[in-house]
Ligand binder design. Structure first.
Ligand SMILES: [Zn+2]
Ligand SMILES: [Zn+2]
Length: 378
């Protein structure tokens, strides 16, 4: 085997500083496996890396030792096992099954400690010592990645590679959309980035009575209609404070009208825009539920009328991070085995590119012109 490999690395502390560089093929520890990457997807958080946003700086500065060396990005991928460490036993996915060379796998991107209080109570997704691949350590945008075997998820051998590569973000959507049962519910999804879009697929496949979405981009609204979203409300960009007040009232009215009755049963806030958070909290019906997933840019959010909107209306707000390990993965597997779900997911994956063309894919995602972008490494 060759000893070096191409990889996409973040190489400096400034926007756009991502390039293809040769790296050493990683060697594995006894508890790790070496995976030959088939394909990897571009995540919203990778766009934050590319833009060098405040939110990801501390992790990258630590992982790169203040950019004495680059960090390989990427955390959503699939590939084949090519080498297995001496201490690797059975796998989480199936306690009776040992990993074997040639297995087609994906991986949980959060490497958890297994020892903290949360881990021992079966809440590994909120491990206090978790390390994320592609941020805290080298990631999967490379020909090979070495990974703790406890993070490896074995795929069905016939799962199409582009779908296998997006299971990690699809798991975020599953965690968000399946937290409250959606069967027979009227659901509003605010923000149709890839995870909002995946959530729409899940809501539809899980039997929601009505799925409404709010989005600004025409491209994304069109994809949402194609996958079967019943009603897409087009948001407008408001510039002045007066325009923002009027736009919020307009959107809240349209969401309630589309849902009928007193408003939707469940709202999934997937955008992180402060006005969208306010719209979600105000448009949900009394006693309804709001899933909080989108991250506000500067991390701050102020409730408009906390007493009325949250307390008197008796709503539930649930924050969602990562995936339940491995409960969410089993739910994702059940979803991607269904041909109807695969067909819908393929409409959201708008580009499958050779990895060398990553920059164009990222730029189009930033402009809202692309859905999910998958990069091929083999
Ligand atoms: Zn991601
Ligand atoms: Zn832990």
């Amino acid at each position: 085997m060759t000893t070096t490999m191409p990889s996409i690395q973040v190489v400096a502390a400034k926007p756009g500083a991502m390039e293809v560089r040769e790296a050493d093929v990683p060697s594995i520890k006894p508890n790790e496996v070496l995976i030959k990457v088939r394909a990897a997807a571009v995540c919203g958080s990778d766009l934050h890396l590319y833009q060098w946003d405040e939110s990801i700086r501390p992790k990258l500065l630590r992982a790169s030792d203040n950019f004495k060396h680059g960090v390989i990005a990427g955390h959503e991928f699939c590939g084949h096992v090519v080498e297995i460490g001496s201490a690797v036993g059975t796998i989480m996915d199936d306690p009776a099954v040992k990993l074997a060379k040639g297995d087609f796998v994906s991986a949980e991107s959060h490497v958890v400690c297994g020892k903290c209080y949360q881990c021992t109570r079966g809440e590994k997704h909120v491990c206090v010592n978790d390390k994320v691949i592609g941020f805290d350590r080298n990631g999967a945008w490379a020909s090979y990645i070495a990974l703790d075997a406890s993070c490896v998820w074995k795929n069905d051998a016939d799962l199409p590679f582009e779908i296998a590569a997006i299971q990690e973000p699809l798991g975020n959507a599953m965690h968000a959309a399946a937290h409250f049962p959606l069967k027979g519910q009227r659901v509003a999804i605010v923000g149709l980035g890839p995870i909002g879009m995946f959530s729409a697929v899940i809501a539809l496949m899980h039997g929601a009575e009505k799925v409404i979405a709010v989005e600004i981009s025409e491209t994304r609204a069109r994809i949402a209609r194609e996958i079967g979203v019943h009603d897409v409300i087009m948001g407008r960009i408001a510039r002045t404070p007066e325009e923002r007040v009027a736009e919020r009232a307009r959107i809240q009215g349209l969401i309630r009208e589309a849902a009928g009755l007193d408003g939707p049963d469940v709202v999934l806030e997937m955008s992180g825009h402060p006005d969208a958070i306010t719209n979600s909290v105000k448009a949900v019906r009394r006693g309804g539920k709001v899933i909080a997933f989108g991250l506000p840019k500067d991390a701050a959010y102020t409730f408009d009328d906390y007493s009325k909107d949250v307390i008197w209306n008796g709503i539930t707000i649930q924050g969602i991070i990562g995936r339940r390990i491995y409960d969410t993965w089993y739910k994702v597997r059940e979803l991607v085995r269904q041909p109807e779900a695969r067909a819908k997911l393929r409409k959201i994956i708008t580009e499958v590119l050779p990895y060398t063309e990553f920059r164009g894919g990222i730029e189009r995602m930033l402009k809202g012109e692309a859905g999910k972008v998958v990069l091929e490494f083999a």
